[in-house]
Design a protein around this ligand. Structure first.
Ligand code: FPP
Length: 242
């Protein structure tokens, strides 16, 4: 779905490069994640200002548990801090917040915090923010299939779609990955079927409004064909315009 003016309705971001940002400055990796939080705050503001409908960010992957223990606990603390400090601000800005991912590995306190944040912001409609935490695309597909199977439902594309952890939003139009790497890293495997991918060399803490606008401009210049030919797409858009 594209909003007027070529603005993507749903933007998803792999916020990569926090560790390198810190290492370049001889700082601990956690300092990079803290700066990454600042960058996320700025990005949310920029998306709100531009009228983006949904922003989905990859904050902690199922595989991030394999990082050094102090980095994992630091990221958990950052999440707890964000719940206390950021949720009131997001609520005031009309943002509906969802935490997407497996909750069973998280502490009772964090789990209660995630539930409370979602309940507080549930009625907001300015923008949806999905924070993927302890998330993996393969986990999502498996949990959706397991849920359908346990209910004795046939596993069809439509049913799986409705059982996914991101069933409350349309699929992402634009997926941005910062940090110069060109991989998907188990992010939104199901939902990315027709997303446009844009890669930025900026490390996540350096990702700013100008770089967001560059990604949006690149998206706006793409032709989305959804399996059709270019001529069919042109004919369809001519019919819509008529
Ligand atoms: C990837 O960079 C980034 C992460 C694993 C964490 C992302 C977290 C934030 C942006 C802060 C917001 C956090 C919460 C809890 C909402 P990397 O560490 O893999 O960077 P590198 O490739 O340079 O090592």
């Amino acid at each position: 779905m594209t909003s007027p003016g070529g603005l993507p309705h749903h933007i998803a971001i792999v916020m990569d490069g926090n560790g390198r940002w810190a290492t370049k400055r001889f700082l601990p990796r956690l300092a990079g994640h803290r700066q990454g939080m600042e960058s996320l705050r700025r990005c949310i503001r920029a998306c709100l200002d531009r009228g983006v409908g949904v922003l989905t960010v990859f904050a902690f992957s199922s595989e991030n548990w394999n990082r050094p223990a102090d980095e994992v606990s630091g990221l958990m603390e950052l999440l707890a801090m964000a719940l206390g400090k950021e949720i009131p601000r997001l609520h005031a800005d009309g943002v509906q917040v969802h935490f997407v991912g497996e909750r069973s590995g998280l502490s009772d306190k964090v789990r209660a915090g995630l539930d409370a944040a979602e309940a507080t912001t549930a009625g907001n409609s300015k923008m949806v923010l999905n924070v993927c935490f302890n998330y993996g695309g393969r986990w999502d597909i498996a949990q959706a299939a397991a849920r359908l199977a346990s209910q004795g439902q046939p596993i069809t594309e439509l049913a799986l779609n409705g059982a996914m952890a991101l069933a409350h939003v349309a699929d992402p139009d634009l997926i941005i990955r910062t940090g110069g790497e060109m991989r998907v890293s188990n992010f939104l495997l199901w939902q990315a079927a027709y997303s446009e991918l844009v890669f930025s060399d900026k490390l996540w803490p350096d990702f700013d409004e100008a770089e967001l606008d560059r990604a949006i401009a690149e998206f706006a210049g793409r032709e989305r064909r959804y399996g059709q030919t270019s001529a069919q797409v042109a004919a369809d858009s001519g019919q819509k315009a008529a």
